[in-house]
Design a protein around this ligand. Structure first.
Ligand SMILES: Nc1nc2c(ncn2[C@@H]2O[C@H](COP(=O)(O)OP(=O)(O)OP(=O)(O)O)[C@@H](O)[C@H]2O)c(=O)[nH]1
Ligand SMILES: [Mg+2]
Length: 294
């Protein structure tokens, strides 16, 4: 099971545009509100240079990045908690997500209806916040409260429209441009000198969720990255790799990825005494390369 991020925001702010740029999946994007009704779901690889550096010394047949699931949800409007717009459906979808990526409109385009009536990120952020809080008031469960989910704010700008910056920490991106960049070949992108900022969006979600990455090398067959919450113990991390591993866990061999790369591979790291044997209580660190022993 991967961690999931729900793309949330008012209608027509660019949620599906972001989803398409992230996942390269065909989704409906249109200049009218409530284009998205059924949520779009897609897996996105978490960018990580370390994976490729490890692969240089391990020389595996296969390299597999870790993924986060992104869910493009229907737009929310004021009154959604009472079922306004596609309110209840929308809020139910958010409940299933581990974090929220909120897209906020900071672009002006007369062809794209602005349900908010003005470009005012602070105001739009407030609408969503209130809707989530009102929905929480109705909820009997205290776990999984919507308004307590970690949120990454993304302002969708066109680079020319003026707006008041919101108080919250946020990323600023031109999503229309990002979609265009994502549709170019790598060659064209390099020739035109265009750089995508989407990696920053993915990593911002990853960090907001307090996730860390560990790696496995499968005896040299496959270098693969895996995601766990910070504070996860080795047996539970093992379960990510194989459902049996938690129960059958005996010990694990661990080396920091950089030490492994510097040593020039697993066997050489072992010769140098860089590989440690750890037990059930070992807390996995970001960047650990782990061999589970069952
Ligand atoms: N000018 C401009 N238009 C944009 C930008 N981002 C998205 N759009 C346009 O805005 C419209 C709505 O984009 P979508 O991605 O469908 O928006 P959404 O938030 O998914 O909308 P709903 O699913 O209806 O809630 C489309 O016509 C997009 O092309 C942008 O940065 N600038
Ligand atoms: Mg949409």
């Amino acid at each position: 099971m991967s961690f999931s991020v729900g793309i949330v925001g008012l209608p027509n702010v660019g949620k599906s545009t972001l989803f398409k740029a992230l996942t390269k999946r065909e989704v409906e994007i249109a200049p009218y509100p409530f284009t998205t009704i059924r949520p779009n779901v897609g897996m996105v690889a978490v960018p990580d240079e370390r994976l490729y550096k490890i692969a240089q010394v391990i020389k595996p047949k296969k390299i597999t990045p870790t993924v986060i699931e992104f869910i493009d949800i229907a737009g929310l409007v004021k009154g959604a908690h009472q079922g306004e717009g596609l309110g209840n459906q929308f809020l139910g979808e958010i409940r299933k997500c581990d974090a929220i990526l909120e897209v906020v409109r900071a672009f002006d385009d007369p062809k794209v209806e602005n349900v908010s009536g003005k470009i005012d990120p602070e105001h739009d952020i407030e609408i969503i916040k209130i809707e989530l809080e009102l929905k929480d008031l109705e909820s009997k469960e205290r776990e999984n409260l919507l308004s307590k989910k970690p949120i990454v704010y993304l302002l969708n700008t066109d680079g020319k429209t003026l707006y008041q910056k919101p108080k919250v920490e946020h990323l600023t991106i031109n999503l229309k441009e990002e979609l265009e960049i994502s549709e170019l070949s790598e060659k064209d992108r390099n020739e035109l000198g265009l750089k995508s900022q989407l990696d920053q969006v993915i990593l911002a979600c990853y960090n907001k969720l307090d996730l860390i990455t560990f790696f496995t090398v499968a005896g040299g067959e496959e270098v693969r990255a895996w995601t766990v919450k910070r504070g996860t113990k080795a047996p539970e991390a093992g379960r990510k790799v194989h459902s049996d591993f938690e129960e059958k866990f005996i010990r694990a061999e661990v080396v920091n990825w950089q030490k492994l790369v510097e040593a020039g591979g697993w066997d050489k790291a072992k010769e140098k005494g860089l590989i440690r044997t750890v037990g059930r209580d070992y807390l996995v660190n970001d960047g650990d390369v782990i061999e589970f022993k069952i």
